[in-house]
Design a protein around this ligand. Sequence first.
Ligand code: ZN
Length: 356
Amino acid sequence: MNVNKKMEAIEFGKPHEICAGLYLLRMPLPFRLNHINLYLLDDGDSWILVDSGMNNDQVKAIWSKLILTFFKEKPISKVVLTHLHPDHIGLSAWLQNILDIPVYISELDWEQASNIWKNDTQDGLAKHQRLYTQFGVGGGELDFLLENRSGYKKLVKALPKNVKFIKEGDCIQTAGGDWLAKTAVGHTPEHICLWNEKSRILISGDHILPTITPNISILAHGLGNPLQSYLDSLKSFKELPCKYYCPAHGPVSTNFVERIDEILRHHEEKFEVLQNLSADAITVKDAMPVLFGRDLPIQQYMFALGETAAHLICMEAQDRLSKTFRQKPYGNQWLFQSVQADLNRCPDASLKAVEI
Ligand SMILES: [Zn+2]
């Protein structure tokens, strides 16, 4: 099956059969990444929808038309969200309202969504202020980041009123086969993938993407070391005898193990760049342009800072970097330095190296 070739012709808002029991529904996104793939699991007399699309008028118009046509005779019975990000959760509240259907999400992702929702409280502000200061951002730039920290709320607009939790090992039984929930930690605290053992198909969400890598960030409300969790999770997924994976962005693809190896290499290359850079102590802000370039739009800039921090924290946990704190010019910034550089500067470096 030439999956990649077939995918080129996919239109927005037109359900596209991948195989018996599984359809892809591509929706537009208002970003440089211009689309998201939603999936439909055939459950005989209804459909189970995986992810919901961005909350904007364009996608709502597509949904409104589909509800009156494609889903007229055979409606959607539930929505399962792979994770909490706006392009995935965005229209789940709206769909829940008009279709009166349950929305499923993992408990930790729901907790994070709810916490981000409360960003504009004093507590949310203080957490972000502390985090960006730790990254080495201060002064007017810190104020600007804090003012723009509520991007999530602006994009999502409404969270579902009530949700049901889905967790590792839960099985979604459909007329088209069983889909097993598999937790993939890193991109979010509890991202859900769906694995069909019989067909050997993985709905991979943002966990494994064929052409880009998911953002893995240190966040005010996130995991302590998300990149290590992500790398561990990727390695464990390699064991799946996956015939093809259905990602949230990009084509349905067959290169499962090769792609995982590529993503692992991608992060190792970033580690090496940071290792070289950190012969002198660096902050997250110092390191960020080397990994991601300069002049990023505000949202990308925040992602890039968070992802740079995720790499540095991961290296610290692997004992490749040391982390200390600098109080000036603004309090409690993280400073990372290569452990190797520390050793080289020690007068007894050779002795220490032997002891290690
Ligand atoms: Zn995502």
